[in-house]
Design a protein around this ligand. Structure first.
Ligand code: PNS
Length: 159
């Protein structure tokens, strides 16, 4: 049986922390689908198409592909034939929200298992939200996002 995992999120934009989790997942599962949420109502910095493009540009694993989804994540997982949802956990503070989601998803669809992965220590404080804030205030985000993403952010918001 093909072990297929979904790694869902907003990815606005993808960070080195996300890439670390994608790499760990690619090593663990036969196939990984990085699934970008459509319409998350968070007033994103990058459009859905841009976010997908950026992930494609930096994803270097042959068993990883990028998709988009609307509506319930577990429904998308079933449609894609995925048995697993991967979520990265950075700190204890992530755990409560992640536990709620995992248990709700299990209630909705018991066939889909959530697997938590710890991000590398170096990225354990990283979030897309902080990256955007630091960047907008003129701080350096070098080494925290892939060079491609940093480039795009600079083009979009020249200082
Ligand atoms: O990493 P993010 O941006 O916090 O991702 C959140 C995401 C996309 C995993 C979550 O919002 C989600 O799964 N949304 C889809 C709607 C859904 O299934 N909601 C019920 C989850 S309990």
């Amino acid at each position: 049986m093909t072990r297929r995992a979904i790694y869902p999120g907003s990815f606005d934009p993808i960070t080195n922390g996300h890439l670390d989790i994608i790499e760990r997942s690619a090593n663990m599962f036969d196939e990984v689908i990085v699934a970008v949420l459509v319409n998350d109502g968070k007033d994103p910095m990058f459009s859905l198409e841009e976010r997908v493009e950026m992930i494609r540009a930096v994803s270097r694993w042959s068993n990883v592909r990028v998709g988009t989804f609307e509506g319930l994540l577990v429904q998308y997982a079933v449609e894609q034939g995925a048995q697993v949802i991967v979520r990265g956990i950075r700190a204890v503070s992530d755990y409560e929200y992640e536990l709620q989601m995992a248990l709700m998803n299990r209630r909705l669809e018991p066939r889909v298992e959530t697997v938590f992965m710890m991000s590398a220590e170096a990225y354990s404080y990283l979030s897309s939200r902080l990256i955007k804030e630091v960047f907008k205030l003129g701080g350096s985000i070098s080494g925290l996002v892939p060079p491609d993403v940093e480039q795009r952010m600079k083009q979009r918001f020249p200082s």
